[in-house]
Design a protein around this ligand. Structure first.
Ligand SMILES: [Zn+2]
Length: 424
């Protein structure tokens, strides 16, 4: 028999389906519908992996996950949470309690067994999260005036990209709402589901700002509702290249990503940006600046209602090895001074950065130091390499928070995750 899996679900139809899918994939899967018996059953059967539904009478899945991961005898059991509820707070708790994966119901029956097998074969975490250091998460401000949603936050796919990740695998896209205006930053893969959500409210006027035209920042453009569908007016702002106009860059990016048979129906208005401050809506100031990255690449500082957010996803900080002529880290820290939130390139671990110097991306530790020196309140490490398994990202978050505390920075740090909503 293959991998042994226990499914705990009070619904014997849904649970039975999961069991059958896993059995078909050659696993030794068993269903338990009484969650109160789960811990006894786990001790007796010792499965390698347990699938827990969140909403169950008796004892709920989150409490069970917590129990399993804080029990020294059971903590090495992999835990997959499944739920029809997709509240971010539940996902966060699941992660904090050490769950290895969260799958939303209805799940994809084609990939369910593959996802389970992939989690089962991941190396065990360094230690039970409940007993060790929790993976840090950023907290929203109680009096938030800006709402930030991460729709995509990973680097481009590579040969070792895993099939799934709790941090998501879609490329850069971020939404910032000020109350008066919703602004979208970058058009990586994450902009496609964002477009699906926007479409619920019907055609509208949209504001999109592009940092640059590398494919991982534009690959969602052609499939974006705000480009394809009529009735939309899309204000697209970005910088031109020395040898290419903004119009040409946008046309090429759309053509490269337009799904077969689709056309461009929206009214697209282009706005060329330079290193300058713009009032993009009443009282909303946006400063664009050149980031240290190949080609013309912008970073943005958004200021509204006394809050300051910096978005700079592709940016190479030189860190401790900076030479006398490399003053980019200090320049960026000045721009980021006192920010409530910095969303910055944290693509690599310190070791990997040494091998990839001058590629235009940073070690996450350099981002912590830059944000700490800037006196910022929060740092979201963005654009993590898509080939890192979740364990590496967990460790990056923990190490970032530890470094910030050791250096005495008043800076909360976390690694960005798809679906994250943050009030600032
Ligand atoms: Zn880039």
């Amino acid at each position: 028999m293959g991998l042994s899996v226990l499914i705990v679900d009070d619904d014997d139809i849904a649970g039975g389906l999961s069991r059958d899918l896993l059995k078909d994939a050659g696993m030794d899967a068993e269903l338990l519908t009484n969650s109160l018996r789960a811990i006894d059953k786990l001790r007796e059967k010792r499965p390698e992996l347990v699938v827990l539904d969140i909403l169950m009478p008796g004892i709920d899945g989150l409490s069970l996950c917590h129990k399993i991961k804080s029990d020294p005898e059971l903590s090495s059991t992999k835990v997959v949470m499944v739920s029809g509820k997709s509240f971010e707070a539940d996902k966060q708790r699941a992660r904090q309690y050490g769950a290895d994966l969260f799958i939303e119901k209805p799940y994809n029956i084609e990939t369910f067994a593959t996802q389970i097998a992939e989690v089962a074969h991941r190396p065990a975490k360094a230690g039970p999260v409940a007993g060790g250091e929790p993976v840090p998460e950023l907290k929203s401000a109680p009096d938030a005036t800006l709402q930030i949603t991460v729709w995509g936050c990973r680097g481009p796919a590579g040969p070792k990209t895993p099939p799934s990740s709790q941090y998501g695998l879609m490329t850069s896209c971020l939404a910032i709402e000020t109350g008066e205006r919703k602004m979208i930053f970058d058009a990586g893969g994450g902009i496609v589901p964002l477009g699906g959500q926007l479409a619920l409210a019907g055609p509208q006027e949209l504001f999109l700002f592009l940092t640059h035209f590398h494919p991982d920042h534009t690959q969602g453009l052609g499939a974006f509702e705000g480009v394809r569908s009529s009735g939309y007016t899309l204000h697209l702002s970005g910088a031109k290249e020395p040898d290419k106009s903004l119009q040409d860059l946008v046309t090429e990016a759309i053509e490269a990503s337009l799904p077969a048979g689709a056309g461009v129906e929206a009214n697209i208005q282009l706005h060329e940006l330079m290193e300058q401050t713009y009032e993009v809506a009443p009282g909303v100031m946006l400063t664009s600046f050149y980031a240290n990255h190949p080609g013309t690449t912008l970073g943005f500082v958004l200021e509204s209602k006394g809050r300051k957010v910096v978005y700079c996803p592709d940016s190479e900080l030189y860190g401790e090895g900076a030479t006398a002529l490399q003053d980019y880290d200090d320049r960026l820290a000045r721009l980021c001074q006192g920010a409530d939130l910095i969303i910055h390139d944290g693509r690599y671990t310190a070791e990997d950065y040494r091998m990839t110097k001058n590629s235009g991306h940073s070690s996450f530790i350099s981002a912590v130091h830059m944000a700490g020196k800037a006196g910022a309140k929060r740092l979201l490490l963005f654009h993590a390499d898509s080939q890192y398994p979740d364990e590496v990202l967990d460790r990056m978050g923990i190490e970032a928070a530890r470094t910030s505390a050791e250096r005495g920075y008043k800076l909360d740090c976390a690694v960005a995750r798809e679906g994250l909503k943050l009030g600032i």
